[in-house]
Design a protein around this ligand. Structure first.
Ligand code: GCU
Length: 404
């Protein structure tokens, strides 16, 4: 009997092994459109290779070690004139001096779990809306003398809460500085030290930098959301602007629980193709922000030709989940055309799944979004920013994919 079970198991292993396409050669993808023969070939051969490249050479591996974490609901109550419920939760990680403060606004009239947009904010939860009940993080900028504006609601134009709540979505946000400060501190503060091995004082060349840490923390917020019955965690869109758009793409690539991924003006190291060297280059970004990527990424400074795969690979890692890439006309630094071409070059992977990508599409005119498929794109008139025009498109996209 035992022998029969073993031989059945052995046979199953052979079948599983032979399901792998053995004749597929992996060679450098560069910035080429990612065209493969089958979903199976993509998932078993190319996706793992591309994923490993981004982990090892770009954003750095996230830790595999578990660190004890706890959540605490701090307060909850009516907000936005009664149309929303505001909830604040702290996430504590062992080894971190301060908690990650999660701010949530949920439609008050919901009759069940609601879909949500989850994203980081730049300067503190209290800046997304002028609401005196929002707890100000100890890590938030404190004074104008630092060149920062500590005012409540200072970033409200980036978070059109009324529009989002009226559309039936929750907004969930955390402040980037609660996770890792955005300067080159040698990874002494923030989340990294909690994960160091004995005697370690900085991440290794292949280990996570700040963007990796930010993306990882969005997954930890998702862990919390999975315990909160108010949120429909099958319908969470991860969103970010600029450096936080690079972060939302990496969060989407690393965590399949994010059902939609939105990159707003993410540019170099985000959606834009690096090989074009238009606007910000890999060398420039590594010089100005040495903490964002892993140290291995320095190999590609002024050496973009050596990239095994360009940023279209990052977008493709999100497939088959819907992805939205957006640009702005005055944002030459982020290379709008490079962002569009990257979304186009990732599209064949979506098309392998029988989904609508952007293959064959031309760069659209300003303010003419290409919606309705699984890879969406728009270029908005105006500067590097995220505003209600952008959000309007993201809500339409989410409504379409969440069947609302
Ligand atoms: C700088 C940086 C960009 C980044 C942007 C931002 O401009 O060079 O890479 O996207 O800041 O986060 O606003």
């Amino acid at each position: 009997m035992k022998t029969t079970i073993l031989s059945i198991l052995a046979m199953l292993c052979v079948v599983a092994a032979s399901a792998q396409p053995t004749n597929v050669q992996v060679k450098k993808y560069g910035a080429e459109p990612l065209r493969f023969s089958t979903v199976e070939e993509w998932e078993s051969v190319h996706r793992p290779v591309i994923y490993n490249f981004f982990q090892k050479e770009v954003y750095g591996y996230m830790p595999t070690r578990q660190v004890p974490m706890s959540y605490k609901e701090l307060c909850s109550g009516p907000a936005l004139g009664g149309k929303a419920i505001r909830k604040q939760v702290s996430i504590r990680l062992e080894g971190m001096a301060t908690p990650i403060l999660v701010l949530m606004y949920m439609p008050a009239n919901a009759d069940g779990p609601v879909p949500a947009f989850l994203g980081m904010n730049f300067k503190g939860n209290h800046q997304i809306v002028d609401d005196p009940a929002i707890i100000i993080s100890e890590n938030a900028p404190k004074g104008k003398e630092l060149g920062e504006d500590p005012t409540r609601g200072a970033a409200a134009s980036r978070w059109p809460l009324d529009m989002i709540i009226d559309a039936g979505y929750a907004v969930v946000t955390i402040y980037r500085g609660d996770v890792d400060p955005d300067f080159d501190d040698g990874f002494k503060n923030g989340i990294h030290p909690s994960f160091y091995a004995k005697g370690q004082t900085a991440p290794e060349a292949h280990e996570w930098g700040t963007i990796g840490a930010w993306a990882w923390s969005l997954s930890r917020v998702m862990d919390y959301l999975e315990t909160d019955p108010a949120i429909d965690t099958k319908k969470v869109a991860v969103i970010g602007h600029s450096r936080l758009g690079k972060t939302s793409l990496w969060a989407g690539a690393t965590d399949p629980r994010f059902a939609i991924v939105i990159s707003n003006d993410s540019g170099c190291g985000g959606a834009a193709l690096s090989i074009r060297k238009h606007g910000e280059t890999v060398g420039a970004i590594n010089k100005s922000f040495p903490h964002w990527f892993c140290d291995n990424y320095n190999k590609y400074s002024n050496n973009e030709e050596a990239l095994f795969v360009d940023q279209q690979g990052l977008i493709a890692l999100i497939a088959p989940r819907p992805v939205y890439v957006a640009s702005a006309t005055l944002d030459d630094w982020a290379d709008p055309e490079g962002e569009f071409l990257s979304a186009v070059a990732a599209s064949p992977v979506y098309e392998l799944y029988g989904l609508k990508g952007l293959t064959g599409k031309k760069m659209p005119k300003p303010d003419s979004p290409i919606l309705g498929g699984h890879v969406a794109y728009h270029i908005r008139t105006g500067k590097h920013d995220i505003n209600s025009y952008d959000w309007e498109q993201y809500i339409k996209f989410a409504n379409f994919h969440f069947g609302r």
